[in-house]
Design a protein around this ligand. Structure first.
Ligand code: ATP
Length: 214
């Protein structure tokens, strides 16, 4: 595994984005890409891209750009694309159901292996090929699951998180508005869709993009 400690966190967060785009280029048979092309595609300014890529040991040549194959090789190693991370989803409501239908493995290395709910009408079923188990069986069923997606009602979020952590989960993607508390060493990424949408509208209103700058 490449020494990831050298890559700043902000850069590391953009890695999957770069990886997905470069993978598409590779599939199309493209051998190289300029920072301008990348910048337009992933919506990150080219100065940031150049800085990010210097951490990857990729130095773009003027008039040539970056070698797609080299970068993909680096990303695969860094993101551990060969090893799939097993993920569980808790709460098969509207949002949870959509995620189960969404094929996460298309572009990367994560797979939702199992889902949990408390609704007897959902338990025992399967959505998108993912089995839905009784939440009461969480501790028994969770096997080598290191990450979890949380799509339960807000009131359930903390209690279920505690159980996930006890079961060995090291990362939680929290889609509930709850601010959950976890022990040190467990990572929580919080995605509140309502807040994101509000924030988008706020920025659209107050910071309109000046198309002349493009
Ligand atoms: P739906 O219309 O299917 O109820 P929703 O997203 O509007 O979807 P929510 O009330 O947010 O419903 O609940 C999301 C899902 O979480 C539901 O499927 C619900 O059965 C499930 N759920 C609620 N409490 C728990 C719990 N303690 N453990 C596991 N799953 C739970």
């Amino acid at each position: 595994m490449t020494d990831q400690n050298k890559i700043p966190q902000a850069t590391a967060k953009r890695l999957p984005l770069y990886y997905r785009f470069l993978n598409n280029l590779h599939i199309q048979g493209k051998l190289r890409v300029s920072s301008k092309e990348l910048s337009d595609a992933v919506k990150v300014d080219s100065a940031t891209i150049r800085r990010d890529f210097s951490y990857f040991g990729a130095l773009g040549k003027k008039g040539y750009g970056y070698n797609v194959e080299y970068l993909l090789g680096f990303f695969r190693k860094t993101l551990d694309q060969d090893e799939t991370t097993r993920v569980a989803l808790i709460g098969v409501g509207n949002l949870g159901t959509a995620f189960l239908h969404y094929n996460f493995t298309k572009n990367n290395n994560t797979k939702i292996e199992m889902a949990f709910d408390k609704d007897p009408n959902k338990i025992g079923g399967e959505i998108g090929g993912v089995p839905i188990y009784d939440i009461d069986e969480l501790e028994r069923k969770m096997d080598r699951i290191s990450a979890a997606i949380l799509t339960v009602p807000v009131s359930e979020a903390q209690g279920i998180t505690d159980r996930l952590v006890t079961s060995g989960v090291k990362g939680v993607l929290n889609f509930t508005p709850a601010r959950i508390t976890v022990p040190e060493g467990v990572r929580v990424h919080h995605i509140d869709l309502a807040v994101e949408l509000q924030s988008l509208v706020y920025f659209m209103k107050h910071y309109p993009l000046d198309i002349d700058d493009e």
